[in-house]
Design a protein around this ligand. Structure first.
Ligand code: CA
Length: 223
């Protein structure tokens, strides 16, 4: 999934970017509040990891502006402000969750999984569509009970589609999920990954809706 990381601390930001990419997220990293607003206006993110103490514009203001624009994407705040009042202010400004620095990268990833799951309306931690299951915690994909090996981009594309089975995503939306700034995008890469996924999972798992995009069915044939 495409994640916006807003963190002005260079060491922490770098570690977070590496850690989030290891779980197959496409990560854009900005270092101040104005940069965060610009990125949020330009791109379609699945979630935001937002530091509060930022140059140029405070993280709380970024959050308030985002919610004032009726944007509902999950926001996890990172804060060194570990008083109860600061946490309450963050949640009241529209954050969905928070972590107090210093925190564990594993916990950050687990909290992000929970936020993405809720945002997708998924009741179970393991995503299911037809014969295919995808476990974001282990990144294990199974088809009819058999494990299927996927490349990082194939996995990210399938994850985006399975986040909300039945909802079609256009090629442009899938590219948003797959690529961060600076990544090179080939002209037909989404089609190539779809082709690979169909070969590995079966031709009918991902359907093409002509002129609209791609969709995974909510439930497959009960074979
Ligand atoms: Ca900071």
């Amino acid at each position: 999934m495409r994640i916006l990381l807003v963190e002005d601390d260079a060491l922490l930001g770098d570690a977070l970017q590496v850690g989030l990419r290891q779980t197959d997220h496409a990560v854009d990293w900005v270092r101040d509040g104005v940069g965060a607003e610009t990125a949020l206006a330009a791109e379609d993110y699945a979630a935001v990891v937002l530091d509060l103490g930022l140059p140029r514009m405070d993280g709380l203001d970024v959050l308030r502006h985002l919610r004032a624009k009726k944007k509902t994407l999950p926001v996890l705040i990172l804060t060194a402000r570990d008083t109860v009042d600061d946490r309450i202010r963050g949640l009241d400004a529209g954050a969905d969750d928070y972590l107090v620095k210093p925190f564990d990268l594993g916990e950050l990833n687990a909290r992000l999984r929970a936020l993405l799951r809720r945002a997708g309306g998924q009741p179970s931690p393991v995503l299911a569509a037809g014969d295919v299951t995808l476990d974001p915690a282990t990144r294990r994909v199974e088809c009819k009970g058999r494990e299927v090996e996927l490349s990082a981009k194939e996995y990210a594309l399938l994850h985006a589609l399975m986040q909300q089975p039945g909802r079609a995503l256009s090629r442009a939306q899938l590219e948003q999920h797959l690529y961060a700034w600076g990544d090179e995008i080939g002209s037909n890469t989404v089609e190539v990954y779809i082709h690979h996924l169909r070969r590995k999972l079966g031709a009918d798992v991902i359907r093409t809706l002509r002129g609209i995009g791609y969709v995974v069915a909510k439930s497959g044939s009960p074979s």
